[in-house]
Write a protein that binds this ligand. Structure first.
Ligand code: DI6
Ligand code: FE
Length: 407
């Protein structure tokens, strides 16, 4: 088994409950797929045959985790972007059959090969900035075959790129046109046919729902989550993005891995989140693109100790963003997260939002060796700049995927 010793590194371990878990003049040993040792460089083991990498005081962090994406879809929504600039709102466009539904039409029409080819450059953009694990949702198919098609594409992306990937079934993302006026019937279809079929095909790692005025009610969302739990699947939910329907407290009360968006989360529900252990996944990209002005209750989340994660929400409508570094900057600039909270949000807490924190998300002995070496000397540099990619080298499960400055 191959061994790699990183020496002369500045580690952001993300150990502990807050901060970076910084260790200067440190070393880290990878043995096979795992982290075998880390600590003061002076005391580092020097196994025979290990490749030694002198990091030159650069920053070494866990691989980044993008815990909420809609990366697989057909078409694009550049035209809608123009319409919004002419004054139409996201909700108006959705009500006219545009928005999510235009992506549904394009996704249904696309072949698996076309969806795969379209998703590849998007996912590559993420990987190029140090993402080593991610989540991909369905939700633009809205019938059994098309949802399964999307999930198969996600599965193939993970397999061919050698990524740790969570496939999330989001059949209840929007009401398909053929069910207009019959939302409860569609929820029956999701619960009785779509979800069980996708699961039987081995394509579902978690289940999500969109609880919102332009999507499904809290009661409808809860039916889907209940069914998911009957099938033994972890749950999560899009909640309180455009209005407060009380979805976060409901989903958290059922033990959701995460509740996502949260701009309209009521102060009274923050305590419920804290008690549940669900991760609050913040999506500042959608907030930015939609020019939202209602801020999520960051201070209350912080005070109650609710773990906050960040994700791209990469999707063709509300967040055509494929840069987790930009998301970190937006979270600091728009949501006033600290750079330490931002880094924790795309590593440790994002891993927790996927239920994978036992394996990835921090630099700890025994965890999978998903590592990024950055061409910077301090972690705040990652959130501070926009448009420079300092990702110098990436290791996933002990194997090199990018060598940059080390080539
Ligand atoms: N909230 C979002 O921000 C995305 N989905 C969701 O439930 C938007 C999806 C889209 O506009 O295509
Ligand atoms: Fe989303």
């Amino acid at each position: 088994m191959s061994q790699t010793l990183f020496t002369n590194a500045t580690l952001a371990t993300l150990q502990g409950e807050s901060g970076y878990g910084l260790q200067a003049q440190a070393a880290l040993l990878v043995d096979g797929e795992r982290i075998a040792w880390l600590g003061d460089a002076a005391g580092a083991p020097a196994p025979d045959g290990a490749e030694v990498v002198d990091c030159g005081h650069r920053l070494l962090t866990p691989g980044l985790v993008d815990c909420h994406t809609h990366l697989v879809y057909g078409g694009d929504r550049a035209d809608e972007f123009e319409l919004r600039l002419e004054g139409a709102s996201y909700a108006e466009i959705a009500a006219r059959g545009g928005g999510i539904l235009s992506t549904v039409a394009a996704t249904r029409a696309a072949s698996e090969a076309q969806l795969f080819a379209a998703a590849l450059p998007r996912i590559r953009a993420l990987l190029d900035e140090g993402v080593t694990a991610l989540e991909i949702k369905s939700g633009y198919g809205l019938d059994s075959d098309s949802e399964i098609k999307m999930l198969r594409v996600a599965e193939r992306l993970g397999r061919e790129l050698g990524l740790r990937l969570q496939k999330t079934f989001l059949g209840a993302h929007a009401l398909p046109p053929e069910y207009e006026g019959r939302a409860d019937d569609y929820i029956d279809l999701v619960c009785d046919e779509m979800l069980p079929r996708a699961r039987a095909a081995g394509l579902v790692d978690a289940v999500d729902v969109f609880i919102e005025s332009i999507a499904f009610s809290r009661a409808q969302g809860e039916r889907v989550l209940e069914r998911a739990q009957q099938l033994g699947l972890p749950i999560k939910a899009h909640v309180e993005q455009l209005s407060d329907l009380g979805g976060a407290a409901m989903a958290a009360g059922r033990g959701a891995l995460s509740v996502d968006h949260l701009e309209y989360l009521a102060a009274k529900d923050v305590a419920a989140l804290a008690a549940s252990g669900s991760v609050a996944v913040l999506l500042p990209g959608a907030y930015y693109v939609l020019r939202e002005t209602q801020l999520p209750p960051i201070e209350a989340l912080r005070e109650h100790g609710v773990p906050m994660a960040l994700a791209t929400d990469a999707n063709p409508g509300s967040s055509p963003i494929h840069s987790l570094l930009l998301i970190m900057n937006l979270a600091c600039t728009l949501f006033r997260l600290t750079p330490a909270e931002a880094l924790r949000g795309v590593t440790r807490n994002a891993a927790r939002a996927l239920g994978m924190d036992g394996e990835i998300g921090s630099l700890e002995i025994g965890k999978q060796a998903d590592l990024v070496l950055w061409d910077v000397d301090r972690p705040a540099m990652l959130s501070y700049r926009v448009g420079v990619n300092p990702c110098a080298a990436v290791m996933r499960a002990g194997a090199w995927h990018k060598r940059g400055v080390l080539a």
